[in-house]
Design a protein around this ligand. Structure first.
Ligand SMILES: [Ca+2]
Ligand SMILES: [Ca+2]
Ligand SMILES: [Ca+2]
Length: 332
């Protein structure tokens, strides 16, 4: 709406100058065309940009009806968004198409927002094959995942990201400082989404991740649980109805840790809580008791597990409600 308001005085100028029905069409279509022109360089935006009434009129002609930004619908579109003003949504931190969602682009209709800004802390696991934050995510978003590894957590470091995934934090070479823990807490409270994983290493791996979780009164228990017997992971099948568990009936687990504390129980196994979720200020926290779900090559061919669905649900729920929310495709 803001961009349309900014164009209003120009339209009034054009109307005053031309005083014709044709110019009215030009004005209304320029609202959509100019916004598109600024981001994609497509025709229709040249009128207001140059201040030329003639060029603006050309934009109006292509819209045929020229009512309330419909000219934008003729622009090349790279978005699946259907609402709003017809201006294509692009990854720029702005709700270009005015449908109430910032950067809700998913050209491939794969359920991962193409504009997603996600980072990982620590190092990936090596007990299985594949890494969900490599090819799997790269195929589904424009940015992939940024590996922050052992970077010092500051408000400036965290600010660009919508979702952060804490992986194996036992190798960062230090304990997180109070300032780092506070920075992450503030980032979540202001709308960030954190998911923590565990089960990568020996029990001391809990120390750093639990320090990050302490402000939220959640943490991993001391005893490893649910080791797989043979080659097959333990199926987690007891789920709470929650946005993260839609269409999920079974996900594999192997040698993780129970999740204790003050947060909603999301999944249990044999009386143990293996997942909890919590809304904190404007943000979200999800604590999963294992790391096996990161090994995409291990689960992509398994029909009895819905790990991919789980990741789609998790990433969507962790992302701010007003940003990057795209439809998750129906299970096949
Ligand atoms: Ca939008
Ligand atoms: Ca945008
Ligand atoms: Ca996508």
């Amino acid at each position: 709406m803001a961009s349309m308001k900014r164009h209003l005085p120009l339209c009034l100028v054009l109307l005053t100058a031309a005083a014709s029905a044709a110019s009215m069409g030009a004005c209304s279509s320029d609202n959509g065309g100019d916004t598109g022109g600024n981001t994609s360089g497509t025709p229709g935006g040249t009128g207001p940009g140059t201040g030329s009434g003639g060029a603006g009129g050309a934009g109006g002609d292509t819209s045929s009806t020229g009512t309330n930004g419909e000219g934008g619908s003729l622009l090349p579109t790279t978005t699946t968004s259907s609402g709003g003003n017809g201006t294509p949504e692009v990854c720029d931190g702005i709700d270009n198409d005015n449908d109430g969602q910032i950067d809700n682009v998913d050209v491939g209709n794969d359920g991962i927002c193409d504009c997603l800004s996600i980072a990982t802390l620590g190092v990936k696991g090596n007990a299985g094959v594949g890494d969900v934050f490599a090819a799997w995510l790269n195929d589904r978003s424009d940015n992939g995942a940024v590996n922050l590894n052992d970077a010092v957590l500051t408000p400036q470091l965290l600010a660009p990201y919508q979702v952060i995934v804490a992986q194996n934090l036992s190798q960062i070479g230090r304990a997180y400082s109070a300032e780092e823990i506070a920075a992450l807490q503030q980032w979540i409270e202001e709308g960030g989404g954190l998911i923590t994983l565990i089960g990568y290493a020996s029990p001391p791996e809990r120390t750093n991740v639990n320090s990050l979780l302490a402000p939220f009164n959640v943490g991993y228990d001391a005893q490893p649980i649910l080791p797989k017997t043979g080659a097959v992971t333990i199926p987690i099948t007891e789920w709470t109805a929650h946005p993260t568990t839609v269409n999920v009936t079974a996900v594999g687990f192997d040698n993780g840790y129970a999740v204790n504390g003050d947060a909603e129980v999301i999944a249990t196994k044999e009386g143990l809580v293996v997942a909890r979720a919590k809304t904190i200020g404007d943000g979200h926290l999800f604590v999963w008791g294992d790391e096996w779900i990161t090994f995409d090559s291990e689960w992509e061919s398994l029909q009895n597990y819905q790990v991919e669905q789980y990741w789609l649900n998790l990433i969507k729920w962790l992302t701010r409600e007003t940003e990057c929310q795209v439809d998750i495709p129906d299970p096949q």
